[in-house]
Write a protein that binds this ligand. Structure first.
Ligand SMILES: NC(=O)c1ccc[n+]([C@@H]2O[C@H](COP(=O)([O-])OP(=O)(O)OC[C@H]3O[C@@H](n4cnc5c(N)ncnc54)[C@H](OP(=O)(O)O)[C@@H]3O)[C@@H](O)[C@H]2O)c1
Length: 299
């Protein structure tokens, strides 16, 4: 029997897609969970391990001796990280380091999922050689993880992506599903015209991560749509694709939202390395939204 593939954060948006994809291809996912209870494909072994507990993380990898470990677990609530930096550091940095130490000890290939928020968003989009300069706690803890992992395990793959769009697990909708819900309820929505990034179709991201791991790509790899668009344009496009009232979306500047957390504005990722090395192209923002619609419609 082939060795399993261990997914940390298996109950999250990306984790559930990856586990499903692996199960569909008989590639033996092991789902590592934390607190959430979400439906996973039948027959998938589920193992509970808090990321910050090095012994639990180590035990998981010793027990399953996987051919690959993918870390999709994070404290990914950007505003939450700002108000609880201790938790952000424990989960995003220490947790990722724990996985890297165990993977290095057992010589297991490792993929760490990271973010465009490692950049400051002054002059994006950024390619893999650009110098990160995070401007919030989430970005800083994710960047600290990248740096630590590449020291602990030089052959790790760090995958950076932005704005995930895909059907979330029951009770945990992705941000576009939340926009749709608000527009369906006839509620107005303020969306910044000056906050730009790529979008990332989560089913394609799952395939691309596995393809990159299968090709033994190491170092940093940026994934996502080639096009960048503002949050305002994305919300208007989502309204269009879902047949909802676009006039409910109000264009604002990010500063008008008076949020306490700074976010990269002129951000996004250059995805040329991925386009050259993987035979997978990411759908455009419109196709990404259509994919989400099909998934929500049960198609
Ligand atoms: N969503 C985006 O737009 C986006 C964009 C760029 C990069 N990313 C990165 O992509 C990765 C996946 O994101 P996502 O949106 O799929 O995340 P998500 O839906 O928020 O899921 C995060 C997962 O991490 C688990 N987790 C949190 N704290 C944990 C802990 N202490 N110990 C063990 N597991 C823990 C969660 O389980 P519990 O809920 O049970 O704790 C959940 O399964 C993350 O690294 C994130 O930083 C996300």
């Amino acid at each position: 029997m082939d060795k399993p593939i261990v997914i940390f954060g298996a109950t999250g948006l990306l984790g559930t897609h990856l586990v499903r994809l692996l199960a569909e291809h008989n590639r033996f996912p092991v789902a590592v969970t934390h607190n959430r209870k979400v439906a996973l494909p039948p027959g998938v072994p589920v193992y509970k391990a808090p990321l910050a507990a090095a012994d639990a993380v180590g035990k998981t990898l010793h027990r399953f001796h996987p051919s690959l470990v993918i870390n999709c677990a994070a404290y990914a609530d950007v505003d939450g990280c700002e108000s609880d930096p201790g938790r952000a550091a424990r989960v995003n940095t220490l947790g990722a380091q724990n996985i890297a130490h165990a993977a290095a000890e057992l010589e297991i290939p490792l993929v760490q999922v990271s973010t465009d928020y490692v950049f400051d968003g002054r002059n994006g989009p950024y390619d893999e050689s650009a110098f990160p300069r995070p401007i919030n706690i989430y970005g800083r803890t994710k960047h600290d993880a990248e740096t630590a992992i590449l020291k602990i395990k030089r052959d790790a793959l760090i995958v950076r992506a932005a704005s995930f769009i895909g059907r979330g697990p029951e009770g945990y909708p992705c941000f576009v599903e939340q926009i749709i819900k608000q527009l369906r309820a006839g509620k107005r929505l303020s969306a910044p015209i000056d906050q730009l990034a790529n979008v990332t179709d989560v089913p394609t991201l799952s395939r691309a991560i596995l393809a990159a791991a299968d090709k033994k790509i190491t170092g940093i790899l940026h994934l996502g749509s080639r096009e960048l668009l503002s949050r305002y344009d994305l919300a208007v496009l989502a309204a269009d694709v879902f047949g909802l009232d676009q006039s409910l979306v109000e264009p604002v500047m990010y500063a008008d939202l008076q949020r306490t957390t700074e976010r990269p504005l002129n951000g996004g990722l250059v995805v040329r390395r991925a386009e050259k090395t993987l035979e997978i192209s990411f759908p455009s923002p419109q196709e990404t939204l259509l994919n989400l619609k099909r998934a929500l419609d049960g198609g």
